[in-house]
Design a binder for this molecule. Structure first.
Ligand SMILES: O=C(O)CCC(=O)C(=O)O
Ligand SMILES: [Fe+2]
Length: 306
């Protein structure tokens, strides 16, 4: 964003993680590791104008739990369900994830536009509704055991503009001797933030709360009454059979459908995968082959409680 485009009353959103020296980047800027960029006006106007309201109606919104608490936003998962009922699975640490449903009509249209601009398909989407400026996502790196290696992760934004904060992982300090670098990318309505694999390996990302009153926000920030929907599209390489009994693909021990193996619930295998997720979150030299290469058949981290 250029300074000249800010309204006179503009105050930057509060960002507890930095002291004000972070660069603010936009479309066309080299971001993070240089494999990350923002595309504006990803959807044609007719679709961009109605997509938010349609998705509020069409998407099966859920609350999700992590470490015993509700995550501060509504979520839904959709994906490409194959003719035999099998579907892609994206594993990340959470106590429970919503069920995957087939792409709903408006999400389907958005996916077509995303695939047209990216040079690879996407078969899975995590949809999140930030109901007010108080909803947020804490700092993390995306977990890539199930993300097709080398593919990008895409965030489409609809509604109020929020800021994507990118920060180098803490251990990068050891090699540079300097401060952790922060970059901030405002995500306007109808934009697509493309995050490359090198950026996800070396940087963490978050959407901080923005609790300023609407009167202190720019028109882009109070658009849609301050509500935002994001669609995180991924190209997933791991699959579950219909009924979730068996698992195969990139992140599983069986690499082909013919060899699909029973899913594992809880136990030492689950602990191992959680430990690997923790490493991916904090190590900028995370060795994918070492931690994920053999695959894991864990589906749920905790045995079902009765
Ligand atoms: O809402 C966003 O744009 C970010 C979502 C995100 O980082 C994630 O789902 O992993
Ligand atoms: Fe993320």
């Amino acid at each position: 964003m250029q300074a000249a485009t800010k309204p006179p009353h503009y105050h930057a959103p509060h960002d507890p993680l930095h002291t004000g020296e972070a660069s603010i980047l936009g479309a066309g800027d080299r971001t993070a590791e240089g494999d990350t960029y923002l595309v504006q006006d990803i959807l044609p106007k007719e679709l961009a104008d109605v997509a938010f309201e349609k998705m509020i109606q069409e998407v099966a919104w859920n609350t999700m739990f992590h470490r015993g608490g509700e995550v501060p936003r509504l979520v839904a998962v959709e994906g490409q369900v194959n003719a035999d009922g099998s579907f892609p699975i994206y594993r990340h640490p959470a106590d429970s994830s919503p069920p995957l449903l087939p792409f709903s009509p408006t999400v389907s249209l958005i996916r077509e536009h995303v695939e047209r601009v990216l040079n690879h398909p996407v078969n899975h989407v995590l949809i999140q509704h930030y109901r007010t400026g108080a909803d947020y996502i804490s700092e993390h790196s995306d977990k890539t055991v199930d993300v097709v290696r080398g593919s990008n992760i895409v965030n489409v934004s609809l509604g109020a503009q929020r800021v994507m904060s990118l920060r180098t992982k803490k251990d990068v300090l050891a090699t540079t001797g300097g401060k952790r670098t922060t970059q901030r990318v405002p995500l306007p309505h109808n934009s697509m933030f493309v995050m490359g694999p090198a950026t996800n390996t070396r940087w963490m990302h978050s959407i901080h709360t923005d609790k300023r009153p609407l009167s202190m926000k720019s028109p882009a920030e109070f658009f849609q009454g301050g509500e935002r929907i994001s669609l995180t599209f991924r190209h997933i390489g791991t699959f579950l059979t219909k009924g979730e009994g068996r698992i195969w693909g990139q992140g599983a021990t069986a690499k082909s459908k013919e060899d699909a193996r029973p899913v594992v619930v809880g136990g030492p295998e689950a602990e191992k995968l959680l430990a690997a997720f923790g490493k991916e979150n904090h190590e900028s030299a995370f060795d994918w082959e070492e931690w994920y290469g053999k695959g894991s058949d864990v589906l749920h981290f905790n045995p079902p409680s009765d």
